[in-house]
Design a protein around this ligand. Structure first.
Ligand SMILES: [Zn+2]
Length: 59
């Protein structure tokens, strides 16, 4: 049975992290502001931009 839409480690990190202000990006490891990190599902804005570029290139 599927409980979560996100990966389990992602959920665990969010729950664990309520007082932490920065998290390492899951893609490049760079410290990322926690609100950005959550919004981008665990990656920094640099990696997000890279992904979006790749998405556009695929089209
Ligand atoms: Zn990154």
């Amino acid at each position: 049975m599927k409980k979560y839409g996100y990966s389990r480690s992602y959920i665990e990190q969010i729950v664990y992290d309520s007082k932490i202000t920065h998290r390492p990006c899951t893609s490049c490891g760079e410290n990322t502001n926690i609100s950005q990190w959550k919004r981008n599902q665990g990656i920094c804005t640099k990696c997000l931009n890279k992904q979006q570029k790749q998405d556009n290139d695929d089209k």
